[in-house]
Ligand binder design. Structure first.
Ligand SMILES: [Zn+2]
Ligand SMILES: [Zn+2]
Length: 124
């Protein structure tokens, strides 16, 4: 069962973080995982996803479809200390993280390592 990156129309790859399988788009470096998985990864930290939908960041942003169930994802705030805007699917509790957002949630994540390698093969 594969999950598709809606933005790139590309198959997402399964990568592991702390034993948890998450989906990574090799094209845009977007990450998809469920809220449950994020909680497992961050189980020692508090998790808060705000229900209110904040104003979009500068520039037009196209509503993102959930790569798992194709529902429109909502903007949500993640984290208390340094809140990061994430895309959240209420239907399947799926979470989309753009490139860099994972890092800003302070994962020391091996994607950074992968990026360096994969960028060599990035399509123009
Ligand atoms: Zn993508
Ligand atoms: Zn979903």
């Amino acid at each position: 069962m594969s999950i598709f990156c809606k933005r790139c129309d590309t198959d997402m790859q399964t990568v592991f973080y702390e034993g948890v399988a998450i989906q990574l788009c090799m094209s845009c470096k977007g990450v998809y995982l469920t809220r449950r998985k994020l909680e497992i990864i961050k189980d020692s930290r508090e998790i808060e996803i705000a229900k209110d939908t904040p104003k979009p960041r500068k520039g037009p942003e196209v509503p993102r479809c959930c790569p798992n169930c194709q529902d429109i994802m909502k903007k949500a705030k993640y984290g208390k200390i340094r809140p990061t805007m994430i895309d959240y699917c209420e239907t399947c509790n799926g979470i989309w993280l753009d490139k860099g957002e994972l890092a800003s949630i302070q994962f020391s994540y091996e994607i950074a390592e992968n990026n360096r390698t994969r960028n060599q093969f990035k399509r123009a």
